[in-house]
Every structure is written in C-alpha cells, then in structure tokens.
Design a protein around this ligand. Sequence first.
Ligand code: PBG
Length: 351
Amino acid sequence: MSKRKSNPRSGSNSGASTANIPVRPRHDLVVRPRRNRRTKAIRDLVRETRLDAGNLILPLFVMEGKNKRHAIKSMPGQSRLTLDHIISTAKEAVDLGIPALALFPVLGDDKKDQRATESTNPDGLLQETIAALKAKVPDIAVIADVAMDPYSSDGHDGLVIGDEIVNDETLEILAAMAVAQARAGADIVAPSDMMDGRVRAIRQALDAAGFADVGILSYAAKYASAFYGPFREALDSAPRSGDKKTYQMDPANRREALREVLLDVQEGADIVMVKPAGAYLDIIQAVRAKVHVPVAAYQVSGEYAMIKAAAERGWIDETRIVEESVLAIRRAGADMILTYFALDLAKRLMR
Ligand code: PBG
C-alpha cells in the first residue's frame, strides 16, 4: 500500500517528482475493481475467505519413552514426541483454538510384523496416547489414523502376500485397528489406506462393538504422491519393496477422485479428505461441489518441507507463504485443513 495520501486515485507508482501533479481521471473508465482494494479496512470488508484456528487440525508423531523430542530432519521444526510432550502440545493447541489433532505412532522395528498385530494392542503406544489425551485434554478431538504402515514390517498400508497387497484380508485388520482406537477413546478414526470397502467394514465393526458415535474421516481421494517423502522418514514407514500405486491414486486422475469420494460417503464416511492439498486444489473444489459432508484437505509433509527449505535459505517469506498456501486450500473448498503449520498459524491468527 502506497504511503502517499494526496491522490489515492492515481494509478501511478512513481515517487515524489510527480506527486503534486493532478491526475485527471479518464471518464470512460467507470468500473474500477481497485476501489475495493484501496485501504486495509476496505480489503478486510470484501475478503471472501477467512482463516480461523477452528479450521485447523494438528498432526503429531508420538513415540515411546519419557520427556524426549526427536527432531525430524526432513521436517524442520517438527519432532517425534513422547506422551508427556504430546499432552503439553495438545494443551497449547486447545488454548490457541485448534479443535483437533491427528495422531501417528512411531514404532521400532521390533514392534512391526506382517499383520500389524501391534495396532490392536490395547496397551500399545497409540492406544495409550489416545487414552491419556482424552483424560488430560478432554477438549481436543482426537483423530486416529487407521492404516497398517506404521506397524507393518512391509511398510505398506495393506497386507502383503507374495508381491500383492491383498484387499479383503486387510479390511479385517483395519476394522480391528479402528475398534481398538475407539475403545481407547478416539473421537474419529481416519482410514488412510485406500483399500476398497474399508469405510463400510470399519463402520460395521465400530457399530457392532458399540461405538456408533465414533466418526469416520476417510482419506477418500489420496494420491500416490512424492509429497509424502518426509513423513515416511519421520515414521520410518517407507515401503520395503515396490510402491503404493496399486492402491493410492494416479495424480493424473480427477473423475476417479469423485468416484472414490462418493463411494466413501455411501459407505458411511462422516468427513472426506483430499490429500495432498496444494497441488490438488482442483480436486478439492470438485469434491466440495459434489458432496454434502465436510471436506478436509491435508497439506502434507513434502509441502511443509518445501516451504521450510526455501524459507531457511531466505528465498521466500515463510510467514506470508504459510498463510497464502493454507488460505488457498480454504478458498478451494476445504472446511478443515491438516497442516504441520497449525500451531504457528493459530498463534498468528490470535493477534
Ligand atoms: C499412510 C499415511 C501417509 C501419510 C499419512 N498417512 C503416508 C503414505 O501414504 O505413505 C502422509 C502424511 C504426510 O506426508 O504428511 N497411512
């Protein structure tokens, strides 16, 4: 915004030398969109999209142990946290107006096996964390990720038999995992695996176990994306062989995203997610137009890492880029956004 007050109609950016020369407006220029951008007050008035801490979900990585933080190299500013730090971070999030967090467990190789059996252990890391959060920070909604990869010795989201990721056998494992999380107190379970039929299988299992009130946020349109790289480092969960292209979606496809989303809604999803977010704004917009359930979007680890890396080098202004990137995801139609910037952003929005 120009500091020069003498002639706000002027379209000129020139300095003092022309400041006193009266500018005669062109009479044929009647429609001037710039009128709505003249001052900060007017810009606030006409703003179409607003960011609010209430739209943010904070993803957190939990690990075993006490009073420890392990920095994640490829995600500067993010750490794997032990339970005590998870609790204090959750309290901070509540105080900033963030309504929910999404939990991902980091397990040692000794806890991983082919069938992800640790995922249903009632005393397992994730279950213990959920229970502690519900007891100590009851005001935050806990979203638990349902997928085999953190627990799987194969690093896949489904059961590996031979060189195949088998669908239907995986459903039973996912359903049992979701019930274990619900029993520990999860408010919402979030299947991120992309197996066919998992939302229905999980819904039926939850209802049968007496958890009809536990919601399902489905990673409905989840792409086979290189943007997940840093997350897999954080969890040490990269596939041991092959890739995830037989279950996660081809980045080239848009209609297929709508098919996936509509199926998940039909199967009982309460919220549907598009992931990643920044490179998939067209998908968010298309999904928003098609469904009547809330739409979530995940600004994933690679999106976070790219912003952090460029900002560290002084090539971009981190504060402004974070706000702009999350605002764009909102504008595309996401009701809620999972972002590793949630705490930073909420702090800024409070001021
Ligand atoms: C896997 C899962 C992934 C993420 C969330 N859940 C990675 C994957 O699909 O390989 C990625 C999140 C991120 O990159 O921030 N169940």
